[in-house]
Design a protein around this ligand. Structure first.
Ligand code: UT7
Length: 321
């Protein structure tokens, strides 16, 4: 039995913030952000558009697109690092709001690689015949984790949620999946929890995402180019068999480097970075949903996904549609 993606969904906050808007309150420019990163604008959640609300809307969209009922779902996994709750999990909220019958439901933290980690877990449940349909959601409200005075981070990220349904299938779906961690690079990219405060502290310091962008960039390019070979080898296919690259959307130059490694032209890369920014774990399912709804990825095609993030954690999968 194979695990196949049978539905996708997404949710993007209504408000969009352009580079020009940003330049009004932080020392940056539209030109710098477009040239160095590839972003023109990003979506920013209102106070009502919480991580769990965005996850719920993306999940409903994916369930509809897979043409199943929420009652058919046997596992819920949510990838997030920016939930409004440290507990309960967003997955518990979804199970309740969607009236999914009692089943395992949990959140995972693997930063920007959270979605590919969640898909890898879902694949095991399906191949072991433990679940017939799995709901995988990635939802991030990065705007609440940013120091809006820090130009080295605040111009990069955006908010949103993406979801997929993975289902049992007689035809191949996820044909390779590979995950990695190297905890030596912890200080390169961090978002500290308020729980880090000392016992006698009455006020916790505001905690924001900090990043040594240049170091992360170099690690990402070298790790992802190696990952591509590992995935092709595992799937027993060659780069000519890949129709689309659906990458984590962090920097256009990282996308170009991975595409080059695969021998793909940029028209075979799904790019949402320009209008969504880096939505961390949510960026791949958001890009996947965009490409499917716009009929870019079609039945019979093969895609490769890859992600890299804080931890350092990276990974990806190859899927047939
Ligand atoms: O998704 C999780 C994983 N994250 C990533 O993969 C992100 C990887 N890193 C990157 O994408 C890039 O390193 C960044 C986009 C974060 C930064 O680009 P860079 O080309 O590595 O720039 P830099 O940090 O080396 O900075 C170059 C210059 C500096 O000025 P000086 O020292 O050369 O005068 C910065 O102060 O650009 C300056 N700078 C800015 N200027 C205008 C940094 N941020 C900005 C800004 N606007 N927002």
């Amino acid at each position: 039995m194979f695990a196949k993606i049978t539905g996708t969904g997404s949710y993007l906050p209504k408000k969009s913030l352009t580079n020009h808007d940003l330049a009004e309150f932080v020392d940056t420019s539209d030109e710098w952000v477009k040239q160095r990163v590839g972003i023109k604008s990003r979506h920013i959640a209102s106070d009502d558009e919480t991580t769990s609300l965005m996850a719920l809307e993306a999940a409903k969209d994916a369930i509809k697109s897979a043409n199943i009922s929420a009652k058919d779902i046997g596992l819920v996994i949510v990838a997030t690092g920016t939930s409004e709750y440290l507990m309960p999990s967003v997955a518990s909220i979804l199970q309740h709001e969607l009236s999914i019958p009692s089943c395992p439901a949990f959140d995972i933290g693997a930063a920007c690689s959270g979605f590919v980690y969640a898909v890898d877990i879902a694949k095991q449940y399906i191949e072991n015949n433990t679940a017939k349909h799995v709901l995988v959601v990635a939802s991030e409200r990065m705007s609440r984790a940013l120091d809006w005075n820090d130009r080295s981070t605040c111009v990069l990220f955006g908010d949103g949620a993406g979801a997929v349904i993975l289902s049992q299938s007689h035809e191949p779906g996820i044909i390779a999946s590979k995950l990695h961690t190297n905890g030596e690079g912890l200080e390169m990219l961090q978002f500290k929890s308020p729980l880090k405060r000392k016992l006698d502290e009455t006020h916790s310091e505001n905690a924001y995402i900090t990043m040594q962008g240049n170091k992360v960039f170099k690690q990402a390019v070298s790790s992802l180019t190696t990952l591509v070979n590992e995935l092709l080898e595992d799937a027993k296919i060659t780069k000519k068999d890949i129709d689309w690259l659906v990458p984590h959307q962090a920097n256009y130059r990282i996308l170009e480097a991975t595409a080059k490694k695969l021998g793909l032209c940029m028209s075979q890369v799904v790019v949402t970075l320009d209008t969504q920014g880096n939505t961390s774990a949510a960026s791949i399912p958001l890009a996947l949903d965009y490409a499917i709804k716009n009929k870019m990825i079609t039945s019979g095609q093969t895609i490769l996904t890859e992600a890299f993030g804080a931890g350092l954690v990276w990974g990806g999968f190859i899927a047939k549609f």
